[in-house]
Design a protein around this ligand. Structure first.
Ligand code: NAI
Ligand code: A1CAB
Length: 263
């Protein structure tokens, strides 16, 4: 599958890096565009075989899939720019834009011909660059084999979850914004560790290994977090006091507020 990524920034670049490292799409079948040559040079640094250009119209020529990965406020401008050069019978269009919809994308892509392309919404998180993403995918009008092919590509880069469009917002919150929320917990822990007397690098190492251990226990034991929390918590002990203080400060509600407000 030949893929053109329009906007090789944090997300478009991470997708390009991940796909180039995978086995299903040769790096030479990837074309990435950006607003500046400096960004394209960074993309070349991932794999020199990735094709790069500042010209969006040139990039979409011959692509089987065009991935729109610009900031939301640039979507309309970019779609208008490339629309005339797309063959909707052959070329599918995917949006990675966080708060978009098939309705909005369809309106922008509508060229009055009565033919619409296969459309996807694809929301990875930034760990796609190292093959550890959770990627949510929804489709509109995709034949099963084309969806399966797309899912195979993204499944090399972590876990892929195919959903109906209404679950794209919640999926984005939980996994794509969610990676920032997880990092926020780590950041708070490191800050606290420093205030407890550790050097920042020591606190970082301790917090990362503690998080790794927590994840691995859940993974190996097939448990929910509370089961593992119960094993740590001595009645009347230190952990209980800490957990109570966290909840008094609104920990669980704060995390949920982050999820509900980001969708
Ligand atoms: N960063 C993330 O973790 C995620 C981002 N997204 C979505 O990805 C989209 C891009 O976000 P980021 O990658 O974070 O932004 P970014 O600013 O890092 O990347 C956007 C890229 O678009 C390029 N660009 C600007 N104008 C252009 C044009 N006219 N033609 C071609 N390229 C152009 C810029 O050079 C830049 O490299 C957003 O719509 C966001 O909602 C979705 C999931 C996760
Ligand atoms: O913050 C955002 O809007 C984008 C979408 C999901 C992650 N980053």
């Amino acid at each position: 599958m030949k893929i053109a990524i329009i906007g090789g920034g944090n997300m478009g670049g991470a997708i390009a890096k991940g796909i180039a490292a995978g086995s299903l799409v040769p790096a030479s079948d990837l074309t990435v565009t950006a607003h500046t040559q400096q960004t394209l040079d960074k993309i070349k640094g991932y794999d020199p075989a990735i094709r790069t250009t500042l010209d969006n119209r040139e990039a979409v020529q011959g692509a089987d899939l065009v991935v729109l990965a610009v900031k939301p406020w640039l979507l309309e401008e970019v779609v208008k720019e490339i629309r005339g050069g797309l063959d909707y019978r052959k070329q599918a269009v995917a949006s990675v834009i966080g708060r978009s919809s098939f309705e909005e994308l369809g309106k922008l892509l509508d060229n009055g011909s009565g033919v619409m392309p296969v459309m996807y919404r694809i929301i990875p998180n930034t760990a796609i660059s190292l093959g550890e993403s959770v990627t949510f995918i929804a489709e509109q009008g995709a034949p099963k084999e084309r969806l399966d092919e797309l899912v195979s590509i993204f499944s090399e880069l972590g876990q892929t979850v195919v959903v109906k469009e209404p679950m794209m917002g919640p999926g984005t919150s939980l996994a794509s914004c969610g990676i920032a929320f997880a990092l926020k917990y780590l950041d708070a822990s490191i800050q606290g560790g420093v205030e407890l007397g550790f050097a920042p690098e020591e606190a970082r190492a301790v917090v990362m290994q503690t998080m790794r251990g927590a994840l691995e226990m859940m993974n190996l034991n097939g448990t929910m977090p509370q089961t593992e929390i119960d094993k740590v918590t001595t009645p009347g002990g230190m952990t209980l006091r800490g957990l109570a203080a966290m909840e008094e400060s609104g920990f669980t509600e704060a995390v949920k507020a982050g999820l509900f407000n980001s969708k």
